[in-house]
Write a protein that binds this ligand. Structure first.
Ligand code: UDX
Length: 470
């Protein structure tokens, strides 16, 4: 099928590449001429594993093209996908001006029946407004249908999420549009859920808000674990083993960030208020998320006493691993909190240094060239993003390089007993302080029933300890 994608940002480009990959003829459109020129020259503006190769592969077989003309896209394509940004206003409500402008542009170019698909994350009832706008501006009265088809991509695994989705949601009020949408998704082997347009729009906000709620739930529990001496990892495993609950999104940490959860939760609160049904539970989700960082800084203060002039290393800048995205990153908020208190912060991230430097997101931070460089002379190390790379750092060397070997693990990435055995004063989220057993044989003090995530670390650190005791 011929498909035009309007908006070649993160969602638009990845959707375009994946639809081309399954055999459709896709044209990705953007008003940003510089971006389109770069894409035509083979330069991919975002980092997403596998995207570069997928775009190049499909461009080379002429299934994927780039343009700045909405007119051209609407003219040649049966399906027009809207994937423009929906940024937040300061009060949390959604700015829909890009969507409205695209609706008018489509109306101007519409000469025969088209399916207009909204993929941007929008408040419920936006589809109705898009349809009204197109109807008003298309003076010729051409037939069209508006469909809501939300995306559920996670940064870092977006290609797999799109190629092998849990479900495809099609919100559609017309049989004609539905049959076209089913052809678009025929090459994907995923269950298709057909709803009305309003329900599909709600599903997106409801799904993201529920995941954010799950994270805040486990983070609130982590505070109770700290106060009671229980272990949040064990509690998460225990409740997550119940299939009705599930273990995913129950990893306690510094809180959620990124370009979606904070924005979507705020938008959902705002929409619920606008339609007269305030969703106050989500305000508590936001409060817990903010407080998790406050609690963590308090923990640092308790251990280090005064933060002013302390040399603190921070590992991690991005909002999560496997991305270079630093938007709404809790790591950056944390660094800025520390700098605000007068600490001297040296930070390192495998992919995020460049953006933080370029956009000056943490004025006063020193960006180190490696994890080991960041800890040189540090009086504390904070682990703010759970990059797997950090588990393979030589911790014996970290210990040597630090002025005082104190580690605050904000993502529960490392094994507490092993860290203590290497001589670190180690703090994490919602896990009891481990008993000091510095000289015991490594195998005896390393529990064997911990999660896969810390296994590699344990093995590596066990070798280190064994070597040291020899
Ligand atoms: C999210 C949704 O998962 C995706 O379906 C939607 O389309 C866009 O928003 P994304 O923002 O890429 O995707 O990241 P995700 O992996 O969901 O993580 C979001 C944040 O939650 C990160 O800051 C992450 O560190 C945090 N998180 C996630 C936790 O703190 N604990 C967890 O258990 C899981």
């Amino acid at each position: 099928m011929r498909i035009a994608i309007i908006g070649t940002g993160y969602v638009g480009l990845i959707t375009g590449a994946c639809l081309a990959e399954v055999g459709h003829q896709v044209i990705c459109i953007d008003i940003d001429e510089v971006k389109i020129k770069a894409l035509r020259a083979g330069k991919i503006p975002i980092y997403e594993p596998g995207l570069d190769e997928m775009v190049h592969r499909n461009v080379s077989v002429r299934r994927l093209a780039f343009s700045t003309s909405v007119d051209e896209g609407v003219d040649i394509s049966e399906v027009i996908v809207i994937a423009v940004p929906t940024p937040p206003h300061t009060d949390g409500s959604v700015d829909l001006t890009y969507i409205e402008r695209v609706a008018r542009e489509i109306a101007d170019s519409l000469k025969q029946y088209r399916v207009i698909v909204d993929k941007s994350t929008v408040p419920v009832k936006t589809g109705e407004k898009v349809a009204d706008t197109i109807r008003r501006y298309n003076r010729a009265g051409v037939e069209f249908d508006v469909v809501s088809n939300p995306e559920f991509l996670r940064e870092g695994s977006a290609l797999t999420d799109l190629m092998e989705p849990d479900r495809i949601v099609i919100g559609c009020n017309s049989e004609r549009a539905l049959s076209i949408m089913k052809s678009v998704y025929a090459p994907f082997s995923a269950p298709i859920m057909v709803t009305d347009v309003n329900s599909a729009e709600l599903i997106k906000h409801a799904a993201n808000s529920f995941l954010a709620l799950k994270i805040s739930y486990i983070n609130a529990l982590s505070a109770i674990c700290e106060a009671s001496g229980a272990d949040i990892d064990k509690v998460a495993d225990g409740i997550g083993a119940d299939k009705r609950i599930g273990r995913s999104f129950l990893n306690a940490g510094l809180g959620y960030g990124g370009s979606c959860f904070p924005k979507d939760v705020a938008a959902f609160i705002s929409i619920s208020e606008q339609i007269g049904e305030p969703f106050n539970l989500l305000k508590e989700v936001q409060r817990i998320n903010r407080f998790q960082r406050v609690r963590f800084v308090r923990r640092l203060r308790d251990a280090l006493w005064v933060l002013k002039e302390k040399r603190i290393a921070v590992w991690g800048l991005t909002f999560k691993p496997d991305t270079d995205d630093v938007r709404n990153s809790v790591a950056l908020d944390l660094i800025n909190d520390l700098i605000q208190e007068g600490a001297r912060v040296a930070a390192y991230d495998p992919k995020g240094n460049e953006k933080v430097q370029k956009l000056n997101l943490c004025p006063g931070v020193h960006l180190a060239s490696s994890a080991l460089n960041a800890v040189q002379g540090a009086e504390a190390l904070v682990l703010a993003t759970e990059w797997p790379d950090f588990t393979s750092v030589d911790f014996a060397e970290v210990h040597r390089q630090m002025h005082t070997p104190i580690v605050f693990d904000g993502r529960n990435l490392l094994d507490p007993n092993t860290m203590r055995d290497l001589g670190f004063q180690y703090y994490s989220i919602g896990r009891p302080l481990s008993k000091a057993s510095r000289n015991g044989p490594a195998d005896r003090i390393i529990p064997i029933d911990l999660g896969i995530r810390s296994k590699y670390t344990r093995r590596k650190l066990r070798d280190e300890v064994a070597q040291r005791s020899r």
